[in-house]
Every structure is written in C-alpha cells, then in structure tokens.
Design a protein around this ligand. Sequence first.
Ligand SMILES: [Zn+2]
Length: 391
Amino acid sequence: MKPAKTSTILSAEAQRRLEYFTERRDPIVSTIRELVEIESPSDNKAAVDRLSEAVASKFAARGGEVRVHRANDFGDHLQVDFAGNAGGKPVLLLGHCDTVYPLGTLASMPCRVVDNKLTGPGVLDMKSGIALMLHSVAALQDWHGKLRRPVTVLLVSDEEVGSDSSRSITESLAKKAAAVLVLEPSYGFEGAVKTARKGVGEYLLKVTGKASHAGLDFEKGVNAILELARQVEKISAFTDLKKGLTVNVGIVSGGSRTNVVPAEATAQVDVRIARLKDAAAIDKKVRGLRPFNRKCKLEITGGINRPPMERTAGVAALYAKAVGIARDLGWKLGEAAVGGGSDGNFTAGLGIPTLDGLGGVGDGAHAIHEHILISELPRRAALVAGLIESV
Ligand SMILES: [Zn+2]
C-alpha cells in the first residue's frame, strides 16, 4: 500500500482514518469470515434467512433499526435504518445476502487466509461488501458519536437470480435517498469502481412446427429446428457493438429423435444494452420477429429486466467525490464500465446518483478461485466511510 500524503490537514485526517481501519483489519477479516461461513444460496430461503439474521443482529448492536421485508420464495430482505444528527435524505448502502453457491460448497472451497488472500464462496460477491458496510458505519459512530447523516442499509436476498422479489423495495428506498452506494465487488486488482453497467434483457423464443415421420411422411412435417436456426441468425444480427448492444443466443433446444421432423424448438436469448434509449427499439425488434415459414408459430416471452446504469452527471459527480477521498488516502481510484448488471441498475435507472463496485477487491466472483485481497480492506472501508459523510 502506498503511504498516504500528510501535507494538508485533510490528508492528516485521512491518515488517521487509514490507521484506524488498519488497526481493525483483523476484526474486519473475522466479520467477513463469519458471513462467508453462513452459506446463503439464493434458492434456499432458510439459509439466506440465517445469514440475514446474523447480519441484522450486528447492525442492531450498532443502534440500527432493523426492518425485515418478508419474502415467501426467497430469503427475507433486510433493511436497517440509522438516524443522523444533521437530518436530510439518507445515503442508501445497497447489497445482497445471497450467493450463487449451493449449500456444502464450503467443504471444497473453504474460507481461508492464504498469504494476502481470503478465499471462500461469496467472499468477494459480496460478503466483504456487507462487512465493509458494518465497519464503516461503526467507524463513523466511533469518530462522531452519532452518524451525521441518516444511513439506510438494504441487503436483498435474490440479487443473483434477478431481484424480482426485491426490486420494488430497492426502488422505493432509492427514491428517498440522496445517493446510492453499492458494495458489489470492485473491478480488477486496482479496485476500480463501476460507473456504468449494461442493462440486461432475457427472452425465450419458442417455435412450433409440425411433427411427422422423417422417412414416411417427411413432406407433412414442419421442421421447428430449421425455423429456429433462421431466427437465431436474424436475432444475432441485432447486435450493434458501436451502441454497446449485444444479443446472445445462449441456449437452444428442440426435437425428440433423429427420425422425427421436430415440432418444437426453443432459444434463450440474453440482450445487453448500454443506453436506456435503445431498450424500446431492441425490445420491439425481438417481439416483432415473424416466422420465415408461415406454417410455423413463434411465441416470444421476456423483456428488458434491468435498465442500464448510465454514467449520468449524478454518477460522475459521485465518482469525482470518491476520487477526491481516495486521493487523500493516497491512491488513484479508477472507474470501469462493465457488462454485468446489479441492483445499482435499478437505482441509477431512476436517476438517483449511484456508485457501484465499492466493495471488496479481488477476483473470481462466482468461481472456484473467488477471493479478496486483505491488504485492500482498510482503505476500502475508509473510502466508504468518507463517501457516506460527503454525499
Ligand atoms: Zn453481487
């Protein structure tokens, strides 16, 4: 870690904060470890609830007012409110408790310290982010007695599976907030924050033809796979890289036996858009597909489910603040535009200044080598604490 500058009063304060979190590095690691060791796959309500209860009790111990949004099919969504001395709109700290890893993953992917790395399922995405929320709020309380401005924490339970059950909660809290800080993983080993994310759409295209015996009645059949193949080529050509718009046919299926003319075929399609203004047009194009062979029927379902997070003036201003705080702490904070979505897409889509990727620094989200860099934790916590105050 580069030494922080100490030439100005502000930097001396930054230095002090950095030392505060450096002294607490081990407790931060312990918190992350505790959270990683409570496995929380999106599809296991009981497991996710166990984690969010543990997290709730930690925030409650710091004086946060816990509110649980019950969900039937997923874990409950956790909201924690902290009052602030100065009043005003709260800062929303946004994240999720669920992970992509099934129960039992810890056995093959244990939470361990190996040199500067902390490993384990969800350690980067995003249990280190939850721990950073906890420790940065606690630090602000230690420094000022009470938070200067109100803070709302929202940890949803279904982010990894599309956020259907939490989206309305995220949006309603974002509308009341001055800004949204998303503690999803940062980008790259330099820990860049994310100032743009693509919007995401998913479509299912189902072709219905007519089955027949491929030998006896070939001409009576209508081949759904042939029709689908033509449609796949057409859909794929909707990609427009200059606009940051991509269309990926990711899964196809169809047919039953080689000697049967197939009556059914389906394609699952992933659409990504960089600009909200492209959403309606691409949706119209996909929905407007018509069969090449009029004897086939097409059914198209799905839509754009996450708007893009665009680098608006509000996002840029928030990023500029973060850069200033990082500079005081002695490092240059970069930014990145990424293709993957998060719940930050929803809040940014409402026009609320949103900065994403403020969580842990590491690599291997959703993969066997998922880890964070322990040495990055102090300045990450100092950055989040600084942003909460200065938004
Ligand atoms: Zn995540």
